[in-house]
Design a protein around this ligand. Structure first.
Ligand SMILES: Nc1ncnc2c1ncn2[C@@H]1O[C@H](COP(=O)(O)OP(=O)(O)OP(=O)(O)O)[C@@H](O)[C@H]1O
Ligand SMILES: [Mg+2]
Length: 292
């Protein structure tokens, strides 16, 4: 199965695998069309009754128009932490389910495919603005930076763990960033994001991070003009050993609102996706406490 995200420059549809699907990275400067690509993914999965959509959107604007079709749209760091922890619990639950059934891979008969979209990876490592405002207002600034760093490290560790384990459990991560650099994208996470979508970037190093070492020199930053938002290179497709040039479909705000309305009835309620996992996690914790 597959999703159509746009058109390739060889005039074929730009197709990515879906259900099951490898994780994806979307890298590009601000305004290059990253949210356009995440919207193309969400638009293509929204109509599928077998897919639940979750995401982190701390900018409040990128995924919000899809909220009625989403199981969770986390718009604060606290909600983002909750979602990451819930997804990690879901992996534990789904892994045990696969083991119990003697299966290697997820099947939609066991529960929905999950698309998990992070609109800006760098936001996961940023500080909680409410904690900073509170520190300034109360003068209690001691520890706020240290706590913020700890929280960021927990988020990255959770995302790394998700990236390593979630694909076999029917959960696909799509992570976008305007800072595709070796520093911002944790090595452990990057190697798991196999579908690489690169929009306009500013340096050869960013091309190397998005597409793989060596492509910075071969492809060059001018290969996507500034007046072509949504123009992209895509690497990691099972069908193509080399990166492919293309352009994402653009979904207008009106189209997104209408499509979210039309497909809202397909949204998987939170409890049907996460309920059994959280219950099992809770029971395991209680059992551990009782043996201690
Ligand atoms: N595939 C596309 N075809 C045509 N125009 C597009 C396409 N994708 C994006 N655009 C145009 O470019 C603008 C910026 O795109 P988008 O918001 O997706 O960029 P971004 O990389 O997410 O930016 P930011 O880093 O600020 O979030 C859009 O508002 C739209 O006008
Ligand atoms: Mg954006």
């Amino acid at each position: 199965m597959s999703l159509i995200l746009g058109r390739r420059f060889d005039n074929q549809p730009l197709v990515v695998p879906w259900a099951p699907s490898p994780h994806g990275l979307v890298g590009g400067n601000t305004g290059s069309g990253k949210s356009g690509v995440t919207n193309a993914y969400m638009g293509a999965t929204a109509a599928r009754a077998d897919t639940a959509i979750c995401g982190i959107d701390l900018k409040l604007v990128e995924q919000w128009p899809w909220r009625d079709r989403m199981t969770v749209c986390a718009t604060s760091t606290a909600e983002a932490d909750r979602l990451l922890a819930d997804l990690r619990a879901l992996i534990g639950y789904r892994s045990r389910l696969l083991q119990a059934k003697g299966l290697r891979n997820w099947s939609p008969s066991l529960g929905p495919w999950v698309l998990f979209v992070v609109d800006e990876l760098a936001e996961l490592t940023s500080f909680d603005p409410d904690a900073l405002i509170n520190a300034v207002n109360t003068g209690e600034t001691n520890g706020v930076i240290r706590d913020g760093r700890n929280a960021a490290q927990i988020r990255i560790a959770l995302l790394g763990s998700l990236a390593r384990l979630s694909r076999f459990c029917g959960i696909t991560i799509l992570a976008a960033t305007q800072y595709p650099s070796y520093e911002v994208i944790d090595q452990q996470i990057r190697t798991q994001l196999t579908i690489r979508i690169m929009l306009r970037v500013a340096s050869g190093e960013q091309i190397d991070v998005c597409l793989g070492r060596g492509y910075g020199k071969r492809i060059g930053v001018r290969s996507i003009p500034a007046n072509q938002p949504g123009g992209l290179w895509i690497a990691g497709l099972p069908s193509d050993p080399e990166p492919v040039r293309g352009r994402a479909h653009y979904l207008s705000d009106d189209y997104i609102s209408a499509q979210a309305d039309r497909t809202a009835h397909l949204a998987w309620p939170y409890d049907t996706v996460f309920g059994p996992a959280l219950e099992q996690h809770h029971q395991a914790l209680t059992a551990t406490e009782q043996t201690q």
